[in-house]
Design a protein around this ligand. Structure first.
Ligand SMILES: Cc1ncc(COP(=O)(O)O)c(C=O)c1O
Length: 459
């Protein structure tokens, strides 16, 4: 019998003949031209029909068999299978395509400036890694002991947290730290408080772990501690620069939070994502500095060097680090050696301190410029620290509509409403000033000012 399909094989570089053949059968089954139960030609007939060797037809059938498209045995014929394999779902693009030819500037928060030049310190660290053979085994699930020792010294010096290597675990970033914690210590149905507005990824991670997220309001100083109820298993908090409104939790409120946690037995998860950057204000004690028995502190390189490194750390009591280590060992979740070795070199060499010093100078200038340009357009909050400010807008404005207008004009920006869950508050824009070049930042702000000047308000 013939295949009754218009099969065309080419020898013009379109790939091996058996793969071309298999794909044409696959396409015919997919779009219904060949139905379940339809008998296919024998490999002998097919090869004659197509003037190819029988091994080509056989290889195509073997492939289709292995993938589940066809069934049958030698002697009894080959049929289109009853169970047609699942097709990969073509998802709609998560983000709308940008208009071709137009550069989209970004004022979205969260990503540091990564310049085009390669620093000597960066090069030195990787050179050092590249001249050593890789670690022969899996090493320690909490991370390289020398790195944990160096990092304990670092967080002691810059964050005042008195700890040793036994209190430190290397992670793939803040969210990995939270995920580990919830996997090992979170119980489905438990209640985890998160600031509202707050960090969307923390909410997503908690919900995916089966926890109930409790929305806690924030004011200009940060988390409203008096809004916490005693039935919470844990609180996720950004005390050094509330995300995204930018409040810095005053010492009295930090103490109140620690007292509340001691009373209720809840764990405080301190997300210390951008505390390296403070402008003209004194440092405040990390929560972990106040009580390492109640606090798990999450640090990251994402805001200092780049989120692409996927490197962070978790500081906690030695018991918690041991429990997480035992889990990681069993689950096979080991920190990658090259990044750890390079980070160790960066710490020892003073490269990390150098990047922080340099970035702080750059961001301070950019922050000043951003505040000056945007001050006439709303109330600026959160400007004392970090890599972003938030511009609160008049209540009559829809911040998502403003963000859409800004995007259409060539600037990506995050509306404050995207961070809010149930606690009401004014509209606003969360404006990151770190990511673009200084030139692009100035251009983006000019566009934003034009957009804000164009939107009608009731003021
Ligand atoms: C509030 C907050 N915490 C932490 C992070 C960093 O997460 P990670 O260390 O997993 O990159 C971000 C990044 O956007 C953030 O906004």
């Amino acid at each position: 019998m013939d295949s009754s399909l218009p099969l065309v094989l080419t020898r013009d570089g379109s790939g091996p003949l058996h793969l071309q053949l298999a794909e044409q059968f696959r396409a015919a089954i997919r779009d219904g031209r060949l139905q379940a139960g339809h008998r296919l030609p024998s490999t002998r007939d097919l090869s004659t029909e197509l003037s190819v060797s029988r091994s080509v037809a056989q290889a195509a059938y073997d492939q289709l068999h292995a993938e589940g498209w066809i069934a049958g045995r030698t002697g009894s014929g080959t049929y289109v299978a009853d169970v047609v394999p699942l097709q990969p779902v073509r998802r709609p693009r998560a983000r709308p395509a940008e208009p071709a030819g137009k550069k989209l500037l970004t004022l979205r928060p969260g990503i540091p400036y990564v310049g085009p030049t390669v620093d000597a310190g960066w090069r030195r660290a990787w050179r050092e890694v590249s001249t050593r053979p890789p670690s022969p085994g899996y090493e320690h699930p909490a991370g390289l002991p020398e790195l944990r020792t160096a990092l304990a010294e670092h967080v002691g010096r810059v964050r005042g947290i008195s700890c040793g290597p036994e209190n430190l675990m290397i992670t793939n970033g803040t969210m990995h730290g939270l995920q580990l914690l919830l996997t090992v210590h979170g119980t489905a149905g438990e209640r985890l408080a998160i600031e509202d507005p707050g960090f969307v990824s923390a909410v997503t991670t908690a919900r995916h772990n089966g926890l109930e997220v409790v929305d806690i309001p924030v004011d200009e100083d940060g988390l409203v501690v008096s809004a916490l109820d005693p039935d919470l298993a844990a609180v996720y908090v950004t005390p050094s620069h509330q995300y995204p409104l930018g409040g810095r939790l005053p010492v009295a409120r930090r103490n109140e939070l620690i007292r509340w946690a001691r009373r209720t037995g809840a764990t405080l998860i301190e997300d210390d994502y951008d505390s390296e950057f403070r402008y003209d204000v004194a440092p405040l004690p990390a929560l972990a500095q106040l009580d390492l028995d109640r606090v798990v502190h999450l640090g990251t390189l994402s805001k200092v060097i780049s989120p692409a490194l996927r490197l962070g750390w978790l500081v906690a009591s030695a018991d918690v680090v041991d429990q997480l280590s035992a889990y990681r060992e069993e689950a096979g979740d080991w920190p990658a050696w090259p990044m750890q070795a390079a980070f160790l070199a960066m710490l020892r060499d003073g490269y990390l301190d150098q990047v922080i010093r340099r970035s702080k100078r750059l961001y301070a200038e950019r922050r000043n410029h951003t505040c000056k340009v945007l001050a006439p357009h709303g109330q600026i909050v959160g400007q004392d620290a970090g890599l972003h400010i938030t511009l609160l807008l008049p209540n009559s404005l829809d911040d998502r509509a403003v963000a859409a207008q800004a995007r259409a004009a060539g600037v990506a920006i995050a509306p404050l409403s995207d961070y809010r869950r149930t606690t009401p508050g004014p509209p606003g824009l969360v404006i990151g000033y770190a990511t673009p070049s200084t030139e692009d930042l100035h251009a983006a702000l000019q566009i934003l000012v034009r957009v804000l000047g164009d939107v009608p308000t009731d003021r």
